[in-house]
Design a protein. Sequence first.
Length: 121
Amino acid sequence: MSDNTPESNQDSGSETNSESKSFSEKYSDVMGKINETLGTIDWTQMGKYGKAAGIIAVVVIAQIIIKVIIDTINFFPILPGLLELLGVVVVGQWSWQNLRTSENREAVLEKVQNLKKTYLG
């Protein structure tokens, strides 16, 4: 049988009660610290973080929509091949117009250098 007497069972109940009090006190302390920390934050600066989070959310949603559209196009057997052919034709046409002569190649290189200076400094 058990060596526990009814008195020892009551003692363990009072220990649990004191543990729950210490837990509630710890909880109150933690919540107080959290409130103090949140009170020190300058909430007027949070707008830029909200904008950044919104932009990230919009980009993620746009990528999901684009993936769904591409998966739908790939579902049809002939469309992916036609789109690849269209891409090859467009690249070939652009190359013929812009890379055929040395003057055109130099103009393209100059545009690339200007874009590099503009965006990369």
